[in-house]
Design a protein around this ligand. Structure first.
Ligand code: GDP
Ligand code: MG
Length: 594
């Protein structure tokens, strides 16, 4: 299936043509039929000679209803431009074409209708010239009469050829279904309709609705008037939502694949074409089926920042349109450059930002995003519309590999951080000589990093993390006198590893409570109790010795086997109990847990 939106001045025969092609009535409302005028969007479809299906979104031509027209064409990439042979090019012919151009619509056909009333030649020539100057370029033209049916076979053939040219929809893409209608069906509840431009929808799917806390669930799907278990892009779809009240959503809302879109009320955009020098300070932004008031802040010659009255799920590269509702005037198209732009707080920030934006073109650029954002989660970038290759290999550039968790970093910034981390740790060691390193969280704050895992990923030998601190490995981090004292303990007790220095010996060695604390935190000593310390690497040996005893064994047997005193054996066994290496039995004997 492909979808085409009509465009053109009121009364030029758009609805008549859709009716003649499809046999369906696009003017759905009694009021529309009574007044003979399309007010809101109409929907109809037919089978083409090739066997393919074309669905039409029929739009109103009257200038009062341009917002409805924009909601219809916003999500649709192809247009059927209708001009009456007897009236020729008219104001809304021009306004609708300007809207298509602003949205970057690149595929279309010209139908010159009411050809039974006048020579279609002049209207065709004028319209083709106007259209050729837009994003649509040169388009095929067909003269038709909705009244006599003349030209309809040629128009059907032209629609078939248009279908071949249209880009192939990406079925793996997330769903962003802009709602163009919502209504209630008795017995089924809320139904919304829209044009599915990418991805697929299935009955039972959970979808996200901006502003709703809970996901919504697809209870039923219709396409072309028939219930289906699944719909794949491109398709006109009607989605029945379970348990979602009708007043929760309407035109301009979007149903989304959960977690795949960034909702933003601040975007930096490029104005298309020759931007008017003085844009009004407030305009309406039309994108998808949404129309949202925006405040405009000029940045560069063709770039502005838009503050949206409500957040929308926008992606880098999205096309949108600015319109001045007061003056009934399309101000121009915009291309979204950044959906999560930095605040402009400092003096000169706006000028600097304009320079950055001058380099952007709305095409997602991973390396550029990393350079600008320095550190960003891969998931956040994907939600902005910047794809991140996830599979290792397959030509994934090195900078697309997370540095920690799902954090991506600009390589130059990451190297700079590693250097600063080393400096900060060294400075901390100078300022706090008795501490065995700098706490990870203090480093995180010094380096202004958003996540501890980034600090941990930056630590490289000879630095290491021990007990939540970053310092040089082993005793190198200890102040000189403490390191020397630990060396002496090692020399004196290395061959009697389960003997602990007595209290007065510790004093002789210069190991007071502060020094012992520093050595313990650095992992250079193991503290069993106040003033009872061993070298840190003896626990495995102790377990080996105890495992050689007949099981279970008593405290006294353990003390003898380890060649030590009760002062050491009691807390040592308690430590081994706590670590699960030994187990204490009801009669106070112990066994080694294997
Ligand atoms: N003679 C003639 N009248 C037409 C033709 N197409 C539309 N009309 C008439 O033009 C008027 C406006 O048509 P409509 O389809 O509502 O125009 P829309 O506003 O563009 O949708 C109606 O009275 C139609 O009957 C045509 O090809 N020939
Ligand atoms: Mg109409």
């Amino acid at each position: 299936m492909f979808v085409v939106a009509t465009a053109g001045h009121v009364d030029h025969g758009k609805s008549t043509l859709v009716r003649a092609l499809t046999g369906m009535e696009p003017d759905r409302w009694a009021e529309e039929r009574r007044r003979g005028m399309t007010i809101d969007l109409g929907f109809a479809w037919t089978t083409l000679p090739s066997g393919g299906t074309v669905a039409f979104v029929d739009v109103p031509g009257h200038e009062r209803f341009v917002p409805n027209m924009l909601a219809g064409v916003g999500p649709v990439p192809a247009a059927l431009i209708v001009v009456a042979a007897d009236e020729g090019w008219m104001p809304q012919s021009a306004e609708h074409l300007a809207a298509l151009d602003a949205l970057g619509v690149a595929y279309g056909l010209l139908a010159v209708t009411r050809a039974d009333l006048a020579d279609p030649g002049p209207a065709t020539a004028r319209a083709r010239a106007e259209i050729a100057a837009t994003s649509l370029g040169a388009v095929p033209a067909v003269a038709v009469s909705g009244l006599t049916g003349a030209g309809l076979p040629e128009l059907r053939a032209a629609l078939d050829r248009l279908a071949v040219d249209l880009p192939v929809p990406v079925l793996d893409d997330p769903v962003r279904l802009w709602v163009d209608r919502s209504f209630t069906v008795r017995g089924s509840g809320t139904v919304v309709t829209g044009t599915l431009g990418a991805g697929r929808l299935r009955v039972g799917d959970e979808l996200e609705l901006a502003g709703a806390d809970e996901p919504v669930r697809v209870r039923g799907l219709h396409s072309l008037g028939e219930a289906r278990p699944e719909a794949a892009a491109v398709a006109r779809v009607a989605v029945n939502l379970r348990g979602t009240p009708r007043d929760r959503l309407g035109r301009g809302d979007a149903l989304l694949t959960p977690g795949r879109f960034h909702h933003t009320d601040l975007v930096d955009v490029r104005l298309a074409g020759d931007p008017a020098a003085d844009l009004p300070a407030t305009l309406t932004l039309h994108v998808g089926s949404a129309a949202v008031p925006v405040r405009v802040r000029p940045l560069g010659p063709d770039t502005v920042r838009l503050r949206l009255a409500r957040p929308l799920p926008l992606l880098v590269g999205d096309r949108a349109l600015l319109r001045d509702p007061g003056r009934h005037h399309v101000s121009g198209g915009v291309r979204v450059l950044d959906v999560a732009p930095p605040p402009l707080a400092r003096r000169g920030a706006a000028a600097a930002r304009a320079q950055v934006l001058a380099e952007l073109d709305g095409r997602p650029d991973l390396a550029g995003e990393l350079r600008r954002r320095r550190l960003v989660r891969a998931g956040a970038l994907v939600r902005m519309g910047v794809p991140v290759p996830t599979a290792p290999g397959q030509g994934r550039p090195a900078f697309a590999k997370p540095v920690a968790g799902d954090w991506l970093a600009d390589p130059a910034y990451w190297r700079m951080l590693a250097g600063r981390l080393t400096e900060e740790v060294a400075r901390h060691a100078r300022e706090h000589p008795l501490e065995p390193g700098m706490p990870v969280d203090a480093l995180r704050q010094r380096l202004a990093l958003p996540d501890r895992v980034l600090v941990e990923a930056l630590v490289r030998p000879p630095l290491r993390i021990h007990s939540g601190r970053v310092g040089a490995a082993s005793t190198a981090a200890l102040p000189e006198p403490v390191a020397r004292a630990v060396q002496r303990v090692r020399a004196e007790y290395g061959d009697r590893p389960f003997r602990a220095p007595e209290a007065d010996r510790l004093v002789d060695l210069g190991l007071g409570p502060r020094e012992i604390g520093a050595a313990v935190r650095a992992g250079a000593l193991l503290r069993l109790a106040d003033n009872v310390v061993l070298l840190p690497d003896v626990l495995d040996d102790a377990v080996r010795v105890l495992a050689g005893l007949p099981q279970p064994f008593t405290l006294s047997a353990a003390r003898q086997a380890l060649d030590t005193t009760r002062r050491v054996a009691v807390p040592l066994l308690e430590l081994l109990d706590r670590r699960g290496a030994t187990r204490r039995l009801p009669d106070d004997a112990r066994i080694v847990v294997t």
